[in-house]
Write a protein that binds this ligand. Sequence first.
Ligand SMILES: *Cc1c(COP(=O)(O)O)cnc(C)c1O
Length: 391
Amino acid sequence: MTFEEIKNDEQNYLMHTYGRFNAALVSGKGATAKDVDGKEYIDFTSGIGVNSLGYCDEGWVKAVTAQAGTLQHISNLYFSPMQVEVAKKLCTLTGMDKVFLCNSGAEANECAIKIARKYSYDKYGEGRQKIITLVNSFHGRTVTTLAATGQDVFHNFFFPFTEGFEYVKANDIDDLHAHLNDEVCAIFVELIQGEGGVMPLSEEFLMEISHICAKNDILFMIDEVQTGISRTGEVFSYQHYGLKPDVITSAKGLGGGVPIGACLCEKNLSEVMTAGTHGTTFGGNPIACAAANEVLARVTTDEFLEEVRKKGEYIREKLVTFGNVKEVRGMGLMIGIVTEKDNAKEIAAKCVENGLLILTAKNLLRLLPPLNITYDEIDKGLSILKNVMEA
Ligand SMILES: *Cc1c(COP(=O)(O)O)cnc(C)c1O
């Protein structure tokens, strides 16, 4: 098929839910993708923070294909050694007590929301079901996670939305207090708002949330779907601050390119979800778990995390010298670039034309390169970006 044929059939057969760049990608290796015409692209996107080890990493391919050739699916009616291994790794890496495995970020967040409401219902009865999230947050596309998402543009068409979410301005402690009452059962936040424009929460605001939650038996829940799996230079971003959340959610980078999500909870919550209260057909699928086991074994060592931090620093130091750069923010290999000319979308499209895949978030450019990207690939990508930025 030619690019034009693919584009045509996409128009004819797929729902038009995505704005797409003009590239049909068919293969890749490391941080380099190839399109249907054989043109190469440096990849600063990892999907959207998914391909933690880049395209077709040798160890990852081996783990996935070995599992596909052994046992691809068994349902959750039987015990699975692959699931146990992922859950044990996640608990060891975080100090959390229990894991629920699912297939996406939205599903991991649905689980978190259900845990919060059931924990509160079991202990305090009805009337304590409100969950505070943040203005400008993003938590997913299901009806409930859209309701949790604190952006008005997402609260259209699909009425009625799930009730019981209130939105507090990020880093505004007064606004946080103004929304607190005895109906609140959880506070649920991203530590760096990803889709919202790579916006980090302040340490002061996080400490206040932590304090409020501990004092009032309110659950502190962190959406690590984008920030987790070593993206920011710690396995999970909350580990930069020594926080003790009650629930964290993960997905995106966890499977390195196959769908898997996870919701992790603390010991006092480990009996909240009981048989019959939650489940999913594909959750903890053996192939997805084999992928996650490989990713977790590879990206969580001290040396690997140090490399992520160093590469992030290296990229940031270069970026601030480019023309049209107003501000660079983010942590590790989650990087946002505010442009002087406010032309991120235009730059992203031009980068693709010039052989660089790059993301936007709101009016920012956003980089989420594979965690094991080489310096050579970084330099190639940055040189394309510099030329486009300064053109
Ligand atoms: C991407 C994302 C989600 C949604 O994940 P899906 O796998 O698309 O359902 C939720 N929260 C955050 C912070 C995300 O970045």
